[in-house]
Design a protein around this ligand. Structure first.
Ligand SMILES: Cc1cc2nc3c(=O)[nH]c(=O)nc-3n(C[C@H](O)[C@H](O)[C@H](O)COP(=O)(O)O)c2cc1C
Length: 337
């Protein structure tokens, strides 16, 4: 997720990973026209810690040379375990360049991008896409995906909302079920995962091979710990012999603790390791609060306080003050943006 799936948030979620559990980590989408010329060690979007594994950077692109250069760099120099192709981004900038969700408008064009990526990649490649057309036609989706698979896609992540829906409205899990039945490669289901129970529900209902959680996992990074408890995993190393937060107040308090940690991790990675400015780091943290505050009962108050901050000292003080009062976190919300 642009602005969110960065090294600091991955580190925070990793703290909550049960022992012996692992996951794939998508990155923010990376423009294939920019990756070839960027310093991957200092660009905030491509920062990584050496101990990170199973990183799957997502690229946005439609031209062979930039895709080739990006893939080769990301795999050989950066250590990608897989390459994901973005076919879901509906923002105007992507549409203008005819990539992102535009690729879904023409199956030959989309298949060509998959072929190009596959040609230069020595690691598996995947495609993240949306529901097809305003009618959300399942047969059309299956035909489309089958072509991508024939062109070299090793797995597919489906976010079953249409481009018009953006990220609002309900995610149509039936599309995940039908796609899973129809194609042979692994399917990752995405959309509307707000709690650990939702992960199990989606897997049960759709038979998806894996589940991808976006916004709610950012808000509730301990969701992986809660899920681990349900599946019989041992608690995360740094929370040994403790139980995952579950009540609204326990989760509210955890949000505060994890946000303070995210500030520390962001300062370390962006400012100390990569030399980014404090204002860039602050903006990333404010964006995190803007996206995730909707799960907090009085999240709008936190967001307003964080928006007023001019530096990280102010931000830490605002967060600390807000969480001096007991705060509750909703299991689910319709207010996601
Ligand atoms: C701020 C933000 C940025 C996003 N950026 C990307 C992106 O770069 N690539 C992508 O495939 N999806 C992106 N998404 C969409 C999410 O990956 C996901 O498909 C969507 O939020 C639905 O999942 P959720 O309901 O679990 O959040 C983004 C979503 C948000 C909220």
């Amino acid at each position: 997720m642009v602005g969110l799936s960065h090294v600091a948030l991955r580190r925070l979620i990793t703290d909550y990973m049960p022992q012996n559990a692992s996951t794939h980590w998508p990155t923010e989408m990376l423009n294939s026209r920019r990756v070839p010329g960027e310093n991957l060690k200092t660009t905030p979007e491509t920062l990584r810690r050496s101990e990170e594994a199973y990183l799957v950077p997502q690229i946005l692109g439609n031209e062979e040379i930039p895709i080739q250069k990006s893939v080769v760099r990301l795999v050989n120099e950066w250590g990608a375990s897989g390459i994901d192709i973005n076919m879901g981004c509906p923002v105007q900038k992507a549409l203008k360049h005819n990539y992102g969700v535009s690729l879904m408008g023409d199956v030959d064009y989309a298949a060509n991008v998959v072929e190009m990526t596959k040609k230069y990649s020595t690691v598996p490649i995947s495609v993240k896409l949306r529901a097809v057309g305003s009618e959300k036609s399942i047969p059309q989706l299956i035909t489309f995906v089958q072509r991508l698979v024939d062109s070299g896609a090793d797995w597919i992540t489906l976010h079953p909302r249409t481009a018009e829906q953006k990220r609002r409205g309900q995610s149509d899990w039936l599309q995940i079920t039908e796609l899973k039945k129809a194609v042979k490669v692994p399917i990752i289901g995405n959309g509307d995962i707000q709690t650990a129970d939702d992960v199990l529900l989606m897997m049960n209902e759709t038979k998806a091979d894996k589940v991808m959680a976006g916004r709610a996992l950012a808000a509730r990074p301990w969701m992986v710990w809660q899920l681990g408890e349900k599946l019989g995993f041992q608690a995360p190393k740094i929370f040994l012999n403790q139980k995952a937060p579950t009540t609204p107040n326990e989760e509210g308090a955890e949000y505060g603790r994890s946000l303070l940690k995210l500030i520390d991790y962001s300062e370390e990675s962006f400012m100390q390791d990569a030399g980014a400015s404090e204002s860039i780091t602050l903006r990333k943290l404010q964006f995190y609060v803007r996206t995730t505050h909707v799960w907090l009962e009085f999240g709008h108050t936190l967001m307003a306080a964080c928006s007023r901050c001019q530096n990280l000292i102010d931000l830490r003080a605002a967060v600390t003050l807000f969480f001096q009062n007991e705060q509750a976190m909703y299991a689910r919300t319709e207010l996601r943006q």
